[in-house]
Every structure is written in C-alpha cells, then in structure tokens.
Design a protein. Structure first.
Length: 203
C-alpha cells in the first residue's frame, strides 16, 4: 500500500497528538470527510485542495457551510468572522514535514486564526506533494512554492507572482506572506485531524 511510504510521518504526527487518516485518492478522502460531519456548521479556509475535492458542495447537503472564498471587501470580513465561530473547520496546509509539523502562510489571518482556536474539530487536508523531509524545508516550500503560486492565483502583482520563482520578502501591498504559522503539536481543547491524500493536490 502507498501508506507504507509515509508510516514514519504518520507516527510523527500521531506523536504530536494529531489524529491521522490516509487515503489513496481525493475521492475517498472527500467521502470520509463528508461521512464524518453531520448537522452542524462548517467553516472552510480558502484552499485549492478543498476546492478541487468539491468539499463545500458535499458538506452542504447535511451542514451549514461558511466559506468566505468567493467574497471580497466587507462581505469577506463578515463571512470570515462567521467561519471563525463554526463548530468544525477545514483547511489545507502550505507545507508538511516528515517530522510531524504543519506549516501555513496567511495574508489576512482568518485561515490560520480559525485553525488554532474556537472550533470543536479542525481538519488539515493535503496531498503528498506538500510533504518535505524537515520542518525547515516545509517552511521553505510554503514561502517559495505555495505563496508565489497562490499570489498568482489571486492575480496579485507581487514579485513572486510575476516571476514565479521564489519569495522576495517584498513590501508589496498585495503581499500574502504576512503570517507564518507552524503547528508543532495539536492545540489544546481542539480535536485536530490530518487527512493525507496520496495525490498531488493544491498548490
């Protein structure tokens, strides 16, 4: 099984008190997530991974889904605040280490804020393309691969988006690298589950 390649990482995540589920396909992972959440409120962080899995539509059949992704300005702020108070929150990561840490970079802060506190349960959903051998490399990936790709996805005019090669630690008004969050262990009082998928997903 493909899971065997990641047993060391799974053990490291479990040592850091994360629950871990592993799936060979995004379809199987989406079915698992949808089957685990019923009759509640679910906040979604902006995520190309979750979008490609059609998670919002699947969960909307049996839950109230709050997703600020398609709003802007004051509407975005209001919807993002509502997502902060949802019972369950789903997001992805920009990097993950084989030593059991997760990494996210955020621009506005709603995604990382929601992943840290206030929810009964948080899911971190990502493909194995996000995995790096060490925490240092996971941080490097978040800054030099994920951030430029996300900046380009939003049409921002940052140097990393224009050149598409690396982080320039810029001072652009469009800069998205405003907060770097490292999840060393599960946060207290929050049931946190990592859903790993053996596919290339997201950015």
């Amino acid at each position: 099984m493909s899971r065997e390649r990641y047993e060391g990482m799974i053990r490291a995540l479990e040592h850091n008190l994360f629950k871990v589920a592993f799936f060979d396909t995004a379809e199987a992972a989406a079915e698992y997530i949808a089957g685990s959440i019923h009759g509640t409120t679910v906040g979604l962080g902006d995520s190309a991974t979750l979008e490609s899995m059609n998670i919002a539509e699947l969960l909307s059949r049996d839950n109230t889904v709050i997703a600020p992704r398609h709003y802007s300005g004051t509407e975005f702020i209001e919807v993002a605040k509502r997502a902060l108070t949802a019972d369950i929150y789903l997001t992805s990561v920009n990097g993950a280490s084989e030593t059991g840490e997760l990494v996210n970079i955020d621009s506005t802060g709603n995604r990382v804020a929601a992943s840290l506190f206030g929810h009964r349960r948080v899911f971190f959903v990502f493909g194995t393309n996000k995995i790096e051998p060490t925490l240092e490399r996971a941080i490097w990936r978040a800054r030099n691969i994920a951030a430029p790709r996300n900046a380009r996805r939003f049409g921002f005019k940052t140097p990393c988006a224009v050149k598409g090669d690396r982080c320039y630690d810029c001072a652009s008004p469009d800069r998205i690298c405003n907060a770097l969050t490292i999840y060393l262990r599960r946060m207290k009082n929050v049931e946190s589950e990592v859903v790993m998928i053996d596919e290339e997903l997201g950015l």
